[in-house]
Design a protein around this ligand. Structure first.
Ligand code: XMP
Length: 317
């Protein structure tokens, strides 16, 4: 039978054999998969693993600093890269969700490529690919995509020409979490909700500005910390807030206000493919809504998303 201890022991031995004295580069995202992959490779080869953690300016409030700190505590050889301005510049004026995703992907590749050149003579690219990712990319992209990327090899960023090492390729998410726990990775990383690569950019409907990011970070922070404080966080598969591209009328004292609307979303799910909206307690929602409206300037209305997937998706973009 599969046990995390056995998996770790045999995987670390295999990685050591496979990689030898080579250098490996790995992009950390703050999520479970890349963190666990990094710790496994770290156990095998130590300082020859070079981790890169990019701040795209679209993470949750304080997330970059907090997670970078955790990574260092874990003993990882990690470089934090502040690329916020590059991402904001590339996103300026873009409103189409796919255009935003493309812009973010392109800047990420540029930044990662540049950073990976700082690691002389790297031979491998470490990735946190898990089993469902493998299946998904086969069924979604099909063989023609494989052929296409093969033809495109000359045009790929340099780091993509590295040999790929993916120690979690046979595992499901719950197994990855078990392995992470056994490796001693903190609950703060292992237990965290999924978070999309494009981050808050696809939770700000319409164009992205640093000001909107700051507002959404505050709103999201109130929502997520309240979930944690009340013990609801672990019962929810994923939660977050959306900044809507509309304003609505409100009243404050004798004044009429005309300010932003945010939507809160919390779902239960097994794999993200289908999801139900969480029936969070009314009292909880009332407290969160009050706190947001009282504390976050520029927001005068909070709504709660009661749509399930399908037909609604988890993200709004
Ligand atoms: P949807 O919105 O499609 O989301 O129901 C399902 C899961 O995927 C995440 N998601 C993304 N993750 N890049 C990512 O890395 C993306 O562009 C992206 N879009 C959605 C979403 O957060 C949810 O967990």
């Amino acid at each position: 039978d599969w046990t995390p201890d056995q998996f770790i022991e045999s995987t670390v031995a295999e990685l050591r054999e496979q990689i030898g004295n080579d250098k490996v580069i790995l992009g950390l995202s703050g999520g479970v998969d890349s963190s666990v992959a990094a710790m496994l490779i770290h156990q095998a080869i130590g300082k020859n693993l070079y981790c890169i953690f990019v701040d795209n300016g679209l993470l949750r409030k304080n997330e970059f600093e907090d997670v970078l700190h955790s990574y260092k505590d874990m003993g990882l050889n990690v470089k934090g890269v502040d690329a916020k301005d590059q991402f904001y510049t590339a996103l300026a004026g873009l409103t189409d969700p796919e255009a935003k995703r493309k812009a973010i992907g392109k800047i990420f590749v540029d930044v990662f490529d540049q950073e990976s050149h700082q690691v002389e003579d790297a031979k491998w690219l470490g990735q946190g690919t898990i089993y469902p990712d493998v299946i998904e990319s086969v069924s979604v992209k099909g063989p023609s995509a494989t052929i296409k990327s093969h033809h495109n090899v000359g045009g790929l960023p340099d780091y993509m020409k590295l040999k790929v090492v993916e120690p979690l390729k046979t595992l499901f998410k719950d197994e990855v979490r078990l392995v992470g726990k056994t490796l001693g990775i903190s609950e703060n990383i292992i237990g965290r909700h999924p978070f999309p690569g494009p981050g808050l950019a696809i939770r700000i409907l319409g164009d992205i500005t640093p000001e909107k990011v700051a507002i959404l970070q505050e709103v999201d922070h109130i929502f997520i910390s309240s979930l944690k404080k009340t013990g609801l966080y672990d019962q929810v598969w994923q939660a977050g807030a959306m900044l809507l591209p509309i304003q609505s009328v409100g009243v404050m004292g004798d004044e009429r206000t005309y300010e932003r609307v945010v939507a809160l979303r919390a779902v239960t799910s097994v794999d993200g493919m289908t999801a139900d909206w969480c029936h969070l307690p009314y009292e909880f929602l009332a407290d969160v809504s009050n706190e947001i409206i009282n504390k976050v300037r520029g927001v005068n209305r909070v709504v709660y998303d009661i749509s399930s997937k399908p037909p609604a998706t988890i993200e709004w973009e």
